[in-house]
Ligand binder design. Structure first.
Ligand code: FE2
Ligand code: FE2
Length: 134
């Protein structure tokens, strides 16, 4: 388990998307702090999770807006990745009580999915724009 650190390798080059990715990283890091807090205070975890879910849904809508603007050839596949991930996160939001194991499992999903999705799928979108503009 690790904290997310923003670096240029995550930069898409569309300010609105980059800003939202940073916002999502910040919220994931807040969850990390709750999970690793020495006081063992996890009470705010659910609140941060709901906020993160909002950021994520808003972010996926924003990306969809750009996909349409740029007539992105991989729109439906990319959108499917978003939907599946969103449903997975929703299932955690809907749990009445999150055990410590649930929280760690969720964190693992967040940390691995975003890294992979930004570096592969979001970058695929970025590459398709630069290709079109050549
Ligand atoms: Fe993204
Ligand atoms: Fe995406």
């Amino acid at each position: 388990m690790r904290r997310f650190k923003w670096t240029d390798k995550y930069r898409i080059g569309i300010e609105e998307i980059d800003h939202q990715h940073m916002e999502i990283f910040d919220a994931i890091n807040k969850l990390y702090e709750h999970l690793t807090s020495s006081s063992g205070d996890n009470s705010g975890f659910e609140t941060v999770l709901l906020k993160l879910k909002k950021y994520i849904d808003n972010h996926f809508s924003t990306e969809m807006k750009y996909f349409v603007i740029f007539n992105y050839h991989n729109l439906s596949h990319h959108n499917k990745e978003h939907q599946q991930f969103s449903e997975k996160i929703m299932s955690y939001c809907n749990m009445d009580i999150l055990s410590n194991k649930d929280k760690h499992d969720l964190y693992y999903i967040l940390e691995t999915w975003f890294e992979k999705h930004i570096l592969n799928s979001d970058m695929d979108f970025r590459d398709s724009i630069s290709f079109n503009n050549k």
